[in-house]
Design a protein. Structure first.
Length: 132
């Protein structure tokens, strides 16, 4: 059985972007990111005793805000969650991360998911009617 990797999920900011990453050595990782970046990093928050899967939760929840790779556009939703972590929240799973989202954002995501599902079923029905 594979050994579970424990480390930190960190949040750093450069301008209008936030990087969400996982590391087992925060100091080393921040130095590596700064070396590759011409702009100064602003360390925002960290969730300690975390697993790589927790990093993936943030990536999935914020996929619509993805700028490039692990970098996301800073906005009210992202700021709201990071502020909660700074205030002491230490989410450990997707449900706990979603609980930190502003309620308006949760409702918006549910509506968008329903619209996508409806569109999918309409597309399938249309394809069947044409014999595709």
């Amino acid at each position: 059985m594979a050994k579970l990797k424990i480390g930190s999920v960190y949040f750093v900011r450069v301008g209008d972007h936030v990087k969400v990453g996982f590391t087992t050595s925060l100091k080393r990782r921040l130095a590596e990111i700064q070396t590759c970046n011409p702009y100064p990093l602003e360390f925002l928050a960290v969730i300690s005793q975390a697993t790589p899967s927790l990093e993936g939760v943030f990536h999935r929840i914020w996929r619509g805000r993805r700028a490039q790779g692990e970098w996301f556009w800073l906005g009210a939703e992202v700021t709201h969650v990071i502020d909660a972590i700074i205030a002491g929240a230490q989410p450990r799973n997707a449900a706990q991360v979603r609980a930190l989202l502003p309620k308006k954002e949760i409702r918006r995501k549910r509506i968008l998911r329903k619209i996508k599902q409806r569109q999918y079923f309409e597309d399938v029905a249309e394809q069947r009617s044409y014999g595709v």
